[in-house]
Design a binder for this molecule. Structure first.
Ligand SMILES: Cc1cc2nc3c(=O)[nH]c(=O)nc-3n(C[C@H](O)[C@H](O)[C@H](O)COP(=O)(O)OP(=O)(O)OC[C@H]3O[C@@H](n4cnc5c(N)ncnc54)[C@H](O)[C@@H]3O)c2cc1C
Length: 115
């Protein structure tokens, strides 16, 4: 059975979900389509993963400069890139889930008849 929509929003990056919420708020029946991963560039490849990697780099930097702050670290500082990547992947996964839940709730709660 064919379903009719008033608007179809393509993409679930930073732009798509907020547009879908606005349109749903005006009473439109809205579909949102994503070809890859919910959250788009920012959540999956952009803002979130880069800042997570930068946080690991900063931790290594601060640890290496611990002596400047009067803190003695008795062993050498090493970066385990497998763990860095695993942490980044976990943060991205969690962010995607939170982003999805938040927008799903907002799209539904904006649409009349879905309160
Ligand atoms: C490395 C990096 C770091 C960044 N860091 C920051 C930052 O710190 N702060 C900041 O403000 N911005 C940052 N950005 C920019 C930010 O990611 C973008 O501005 C933002 O993601 C743009 O959102 P958008 O919705 O326009 O596009 P996108 O997030 O790219 O979303 C588009 C979505 O549409 C989907 N799509 C495309 N075509 C189709 C189709 N035909 N059918 C179905 N789905 C489709 C894609 O799969 C994607 O999910 C960064 C970007 C990069 C690359």
């Amino acid at each position: 059975m064919a379903i009719k929509y008033d608007a179809i929003v393509i993409g679930t990056g930073q732009a798509g979900p907020s547009l879908a919420v606005r349109l749903a708020g005006t009473g439109m029946k809205v579909a949102i389509i994503e070809r890859k991963r919910f959250g788009g560039t920012c959540v999956n490849n952009g803002c979130i993963p880069t800042k997570t990697l930068v946080a690991s780099a900063r931790a290594a930097h601060v640890a290496r400069r611990a002596g400047d702050y009067g803190v003695t670290i008795l062993s050498s500082i090493a970066v385990d890139m497998k763990k860095v990547k695993a942490r980044k992947d976990a943060v991205v996964r969690q962010s995607r889930q939170i982003f999805y839940q938040r927008w799903r709730t907002r799209v539904y709660s904006s649409a009349p008849g879905h309160r």
